[in-house]
Structure formats: structure tokens, C-alpha cells
Design a protein around this ligand. Structure first.
Ligand code: ADP
Length: 418
């Protein structure tokens, strides 16, 4: 069944069709959303991006009828939900907003359990589901279960917000600027986690933001919206960056399109290299031997949970007179396989070792990406973009030119037109 999660990576999301959707707020002569028609595929992440006030939130909130459309239809997985009970509809659609929207007087567990409880799930099932959800968003259930929202950081609150939105396993997840209120680093991590989560869950996600970089990073497709949610362009990030439909879209893409391109490629796409690593538990002599026989001058020292800890050079050990505690340089930033090349580049540039360690979900060491790999990838990306732009110019020129002699000849042979 399309809406069930079966653990095999199958799509669990639902299609969304918006047909001629319009919203007129009382007292407002012009519609805030005007005649929008759009189809979103099952398991797709679609980002609505556009200037403030263009009607993104209104359009999003009409999908679960938090805002009732003035006219038009909404279909989810083919079912017309425009006139069904709105409360029931909202229980079937996950919804996450800025600043998480958690109930302050409820614990984390109670917040996450809210929709399953309203749906009448049995207690053991709810308890199990809450644990599963907290684990899914990277919060240890034992630690966070009984806390209140005020006892969490902004990023943790946002994670609970996502756990709550997903608790009843809805096929559709609507996210309204969910990461708008957290600092840039936390925001980056939350974005990475959403990508990882989506790879696991394959929900249909509709995400609103005014930040084009965020749209590029998260969207399978991006709908660039102008005033009244008129669709300026609805396409993949690659297509929008390389062929913006008009000046409005170009303006939105903004300067530095080449650098933004870095946001489209992930660490996992560039090949993670092995790099010799040792753990803190290994005897010093073994570490010396590895340095001597490894051919390189450097090792990565891992802590007892296999997380990157220090870069160790041969000379470091000598100078520190054999004490690991004093030797080496602490590892600065690390990246996950889902981080963008831009994140990786930043990490490499700020780390003295000229490379960045790549870690798994629980921070465990997987390998490294170095400056050379990154520069080569960037170079290839830009070259590919340049070729795509040239091809596009050719296509445009052909469309404008009248039919050539060659094309007429073809017709003559195949269709006998003379
Ligand atoms: P965005 O999410 O793109 O910033 P909104 O969907 O919030 O835009 O708003 C679109 C337009 O509708 C704006 O001009 C806003 O002033 C107007 N609007 C939003 N909510 C209401 C409301 N409850 N009553 C009247 N006008 C509203």
C-alpha cells in the first residue's frame, strides 16, 4: 500500500494535487493566492520559495485546510479532501512550524504523543512510537522523554516538532519555515537530518522558505513563487540554477550561482577516502608503528566511541614525549555524508589539516574528504554547468530559426512531403 512504511525504502508518501486553488481573505480585495494548479509526486520534497508576503504560507496551509480555500480543489493520493472533515484531514497530514509550536506545559513525550492519542492508539503502542520518533530525530528517549520544551535548545525543540509531526506516520508532511528561528549552524544540521530522515521515510514533504539556499539544499523540486503564489518556475534545483525562467527567478537565484551549485552536491557523491585511524585504546607503540609503516605522516586519532578526536602528526608524538593527551590537534568541524560540498569546503578551510572527517549518524568515523577532491568536484560541476548552458543556447537558437533544409529533407523521406 502506498501509504505504509514497510522498511524497504518504498515510497510511503502520497501525491498532492492542487487544482485552481484560490484564497481571498475577508477585507482584502485582491486574492492572496490566485488560481494555483500544481501536482506533487509521492515521496517528493517540494519547496515553495518566494519573497515575503507572496502567499507561500497561505498556499501551504490550504493543503491541510488550516486555511480554507475560497475556491479550487485539493486531492491527496487521488482523494478529494476539499470538503471532508478538516480536523480528520489534519490528523492525516504532519505539520511542523517555526519555533516548533510545542505545547509548553506538556513534556516532550506528551507533545510527540498528541496526535496518536487523539487517534485513539493504545498506550503501549504510543509509548513505543514516541521512543521510535525521538530516536529517529536523534534525541535519546531516556534523556528527553520527560523534559519540558523550555528545557531544550532551539534545535532540540525543532527536532521534537518534527518527531511530533511524524508520530502518526502521515504520508504528507507540511513544513512552514521550520528552521527559520535557529542559528545558522543548527539550521545546517537540522537540514542535514531532514535529508537523512527523508531518505529513510520517503514522505511527501512540502516545505516553505524564503531562503533560496535552503530550497536548493532540500528540494527535489522548487516552486519559485511570485505575488499571489503565481508559479514563476517549478523545476529541479539544477534546472532553475542553470536555466532560470525569467528575470524574476534570476533575481531570486541571485549572484554567485556557481557557488550555490555547491549546495547541490553532497559529500556522499564525491567519494569518501580512507585515512589511517587509530583509537585511543591502542598502545603507543602500535601507533608509532602505524605512523612509521603507513607511508603518511599523519593519523586520525579516534575516541573510545570511534568519533574523530585529534589529528596526529609524527612530530607531535615526539614533542609530546609519548603522551596522547598532549599530542596532536583537536579535530574541528566534521561533516556527515549528507552535508553539502559547501559545508565540507568550509570545514576543510577552517581545519588546519586540510581535510575534513566524515562521520555517520552517531558521530562515528567513516573516512575523509580532502581539499583536492573538493576542488576537482567543483571544477567538474562548473564545467558541466557551462556545457548545459551552451546546449541550452543552441536549443533556443534552433527553436527561433525557421526549419532548415536538413529538416525538410527528413520530412520528404519519411512522410513524402514535397
Ligand atoms: P508568505 O508566507 O509568502 O509571507 P502569506 O501567505 O503569509 O505570505 O501572506 C500572503 C498575503 O496574504 C499577504 O499580503 C498577507 O498580508 C495576506 N494575509 C495573510 N493572512 C491574512 C489574514 N488572516 N487576513 C488577511 N490577509 C492575510
Amino acid at each position: 500500500m502506498a501509504e505504509r512504511r514497510d522498511g524497504s525504502g518504498a515510497v510511503t508518501g502520497a501525491t498532492i494535487e492542487l487544482e485552481r486553488l484560490t484564497k481571498r481573505y475577508p477585507g482584502n480585495p485582491a486574492p492572496s493566492v490566485d488560481d494555483v494548479t500544481m501536482e506533487i509526486g509521492a515521496g517528493e520534497t517540494v519547496v515553495f520559495v518566494g519573497p515575503s508576503g507572496c502567499g507561500k504560507s497561505t498556499l501551504l496551509r490550504m493543503v491541510n485546510r488550516l486555511i480554507e480555500p475560497s475556491s479550487g480543489r485539493i486531492r491527496i493520493n487521488g482523494e478529494d479532501v476539499t470538503d471532508i472533515d478538516a480536523v480528520k484531514l489534519r490528523r492525516r497530514v504532519g505539520y511542523a512550524i517555526q519555533a516548533s509550536g510545542l505545547f509548553p506545559h506538556m513534556t516532550v513525550a506528551e507533545n510527540v504523543a498528541q496526535v496518536p492519542r487523539m487517534l485513539g492508539w493504545r498506550r503501549p503502542r504510543i509509548r513505543e512510537r514516541v521512543e521510535e520518533m525521538l530516536d529517529l530525530v536523534g534525541l535519546d528517549p531516556r534523556e528527553f522523554h520527560g523534559r519540558y520544551p523550555r528545557q531544550l535548545s532551539g534545535g532540540q525543540q525543532q527536532r521534537v516538532g518534527v518527531a511530533r509531526a511524524l508520530a502518526a506516520d502521515p504520508p504528507v508532511l507540511l513544513m512552514d519555515e521550520p528552521f527559520g528561528a535557529v542559528d545558522p549552524i543548527t539550521r545546517d544540521h537540522l537540514q542535514d537530518e531532514l535529508i537523512r530522515l527523508q531518505q529513510e521515510l520517503h514522505k511527501t514533504i512540502v516545505f516553505v522558505t524564503h531562503d533560496f539556499d535552503e530550497a536548493i539544499k532540500l528540494g527535489d523540486r522548487i516552486a519559485v513563487l511570485r505575488e499571489r503564489s503565481h508559479i514563476a518556475q517549478f523545476d529541479t534545483p539544477e534546472a532553475i540554477l542553470t536555466n532560470p525562467a525569467d528575470d524574476f527567478v534570476s533575481g531570486f537565484v541571485g549572484a554567485g550561482a556557481a557557488l550555490k551549485r555547491l549546495n547541490l552536491t553532497r559529500v556522499r557523491d564525491v567519494g569518501i577516502a580512507d585515512f589511517p585511524a587509530v583509537t585511543l585504546d591502542e598502545p603507543l607503540q602500535a601507533i608509532f608503528n602505524r605512523l612509521r609503516t603507513g607511508g603518511g605522516n599523519e593519523l586520525l586519532l579516534l575516541d573510545r566511541r570511534n568519533r574523530p578526536y585529534k589529528w596526529l602528526r609524527r612530530g607531535d608524538l615526539m614533542r609530546a614525549r609519548g603522551s596522547l593527551a598532549r599530542a596532536g590537534t583537536l579535530v574541528g568541524d566534521t561533516v556527515t555524508r549528507d552535508a553539502t560540498l559547501r559545508d565540507a569546503l568550509e570545514a576543510v578551510l577552517t581545519d588546519s589539516s586540510g581535510r575534513v572527517a566524515v562521520t555517520g549518524r552517531r558521530g562515528q568515523y567513516l573516512g575523509v574528504v580532502d581539499m583536492e577532491t573538493l576542488l576537482n568536484s567543483v571544477h567538474e560541476l562548473l564545467e558541466a554547468d557551462r556545457l548545459a548552458a551552451v546546449e541550452h543556447q543552441h536549443e533556443l537558437a534552433e527553436q527561433r530559426a525557421p526549419a532548415t533544409g536538413q529538416q525538410l529533407e527528413g520530412l520528404d523521406q519519411e512522410g513524402g512531403v514535397s
